[in-house]
Design a protein around this ligand. Structure first.
Ligand code: IPE
Ligand code: IPE
Ligand code: MG
Length: 250
């Protein structure tokens, strides 16, 4: 279907405010094409551009992309280095485009443990785009939900120990305010490419009520139309939040 035809099927008044994507399948895509895994990562950048542009054009306010998990350090050093180099290159190259499109960059994860060159490049890109307001692009880098939840627990425990917070005052909201996503609304739609139906330690707290969408496409194949398809699918679901269908319809 033509890009514009699918786009027209989206109800602009019922857009998810926040979409999160587990960008998976770069390696398998490369293999399918008889190329080394790193070739897949390089070609994943185009899909990042397409998803970002499509989301911003529609009016989505937050797009979170899972780019590197705390578990991904366990890959061969060669691949980890290639991913970090690609990150630096892409950040450097795309800052201008982000500014042109009025997109603010943010990042979640244990960022200080990234190689110092990546960390500096990332902070610079965040600083240079901080006043942009159309959409926030959040990169999850050296991120995992268990890292994030453990860290929040530690921060809260320290306050209880210092007597600045009472255990009975720890609510959902207080806990959420200690997560890396504290200023970001929870994603309503979570997309994973490559056909795997798992979460892989991504945003466990925040996706409590997200709609999950799995596509067999490998990440380097993902285009604007595929984001539109996911959003149309999302808009046809009934989100009940524990209530009955009848309660939702009245
Ligand atoms: C996703 O693609 C990118 C990262 C996890 C960094 P993969 O590299 O996981 O590709 P597959 O899943 O091995 O095909
Ligand atoms: C999840 O993909 C992490 C990212 C997309 C950055 P993985 O390829 O690392 O996930 P698993 O290991 O197959 O679950
Ligand atoms: Mg993978």
């Amino acid at each position: 279907m033509k890009e514009s035809d699918l786009k027209d099927k989206i109800d602009i008044n019922k857009l998810p405010v926040h979409i999160a994507i587990i960008m998976d399948g770069n390696g398998r895509w490369a293999k399918k094409n008889g190329q080394p895994r790193v070739f897949g990562h390089q070609n994943g950048v185009k899909a990042v551009r397409e998803a970002t542009e499509a989301a911003a054009e529609l009016g989505v306010k937050y797009l979170t992309l899972y780019a590197f998990s705390t578990e991904n350090w366990n890959r061969p050093a060669f691949e980890v280095n290639a991913l970090m180099t690609l990150l630096v290159q892409t950040l450097r190259k795309e800052v201008q485009t982000l500014n042109k499109n009025n997109i603010r960059l943010q990042a979640i994860g244990d960022l200080e443990k990234l190689p110092s060159k990546c960390y500096r490049e990332l902070l610079e890109a965040i600083e240079k785009t901080k006043d942009n307001s159309r959409m926030t692009l959040v990169l999850a880098l050296n991120y995992s939900a268990k890292w994030e939840i453990t860290r929040a627990t530690r921060l809260i425990a320290e306050q209880v120990k210092k007597d600045t917070l009472k255990p009975e005052d720890i609510t959902n909201e207080v806990f959420a305010n200690h997560l890396a996503t504290k200023d970001i609304p929870d994603p309503e739609l979570l997309i994973r490419t490559s056909g795997e139906a798992r979460i892989s330690n991504f945003l466990l707290w925040q996706i409590a009520y997200a709609e999950l969408y799995f596509t067999p496409l490998f990440w380097p194949e993902f285009r604007k139309n595929n984001l539109y398809e996911a959003i149309i699918n999302f808009q046809n679901r009934e989100r009940r939040f524990g209530k009955t269908s009848e309660q939702i319809q009245t």
